[in-house]
Design a protein around this ligand. Sequence first.
Ligand SMILES: [Zn+2]
Ligand SMILES: [Zn+2]
Ligand SMILES: [Zn+2]
Ligand SMILES: [Zn+2]
Length: 383
Amino acid sequence: MRTYRCQCGNSLFFDNSLCLACEREVGFCPACHTITTLLPDDDGQLHCGNPECGAVLAKCINYSQHAVCNRCLALPLAEPEGFCDCCRFNQTIPDLSVPGNLQKWYRLEAAKRRLFYDLSQLGLPYGTAADGIEPALAFDFKADVIPKTGLWRNGANTEQVYTGHEAGLITINIREADDVEREKLRVDMGEGKRTLIGHFRHEIGHFYWDVLVKNRREESFTELFGDPNDPTYAEALELHYKQGPPADWAEHFISAYASMHPWEDFAETWATYLSMISALDTADHVGFGGETDPIHADLSAMIARYQQLGIALNEMNRSMGLLDLVPEVLVTPVIDKLHFIHALVQQGRMENGVLKPHAQAPASPPNPPAQVQSQTQAPVTTA
Ligand SMILES: [Zn+2]
Ligand SMILES: [Zn+2]
Ligand SMILES: [Zn+2]
Ligand SMILES: [Zn+2]
């Protein structure tokens, strides 16, 4: 992740919506792809503060109305207001009448914007049905529905939300945005780290399996990851929760969960790939140096650099009493799978223009996101 600069000279970061030095509002300009000072003119119209750009901008609805976004749209818009190129994918947002949900939603959007930064870096295709992308990408941010205790019907009307992916729809249980809840789950699952951005990177892995592998490269996928139909996903899931992972999982997989089924192995390895890309990009921008170009770089050099950084940064975290920054160990079978994903990403980038670009967000989304959770829960294919 790169840093940006305010008109006043102060550094701006990707999540900023305000410059802490000059107190001007800032936001992401889609015309020049930077976090920039938002300069109002005499008519109150906002202009991009980048002198080489100067685009006329309007804040995303989720910026102006809820302060959970910091992105803008470039004028002219077809409608008086619209959703930005990240928020336009929201299908369900948390129920904002519930205390604490606005804060959780803010954290989810911040992580989602980083996901889209990763995808733009790599030039991967994605879009809505209106963009002609199949499957269409969408997000549901939902909470479990738990009836009030003490009711005789306790147990009825409950809806448990599973974080997962099905046919382009990524569902995240919003309790993952609660630090205490997420840390409890991390310990319960025996994970080295558990983060919101990690969830987005994992679930988008399932999405790209559908886009880039399904019905197209399944044979080479099966050679490396195993047959996803034997055992079936349901059988593998049951076995995983009954028996746990195999004792030697670390010799073959990036995580214990990856050993559950080839699709989970792919999503876990994909998430590791995106984490590596992001870490190398940030290391480059903050002056750690190294080969970081995610498009042309040789993967072996990137892996070597990531491992070198991981050792140094793990030690740094240990010296501060924090969890390891890079707890994963990249054994040879995992590196082979990363090579498969690296090649897949390059193919995805080449096909992006053919499939249809995601460059311009429509001025107004066809369906505004529902304000509250829908009552129906589609079954999730993968968790
Ligand atoms: Zn400033
Ligand atoms: Zn601009
Ligand atoms: Zn937005
Ligand atoms: Zn999964």
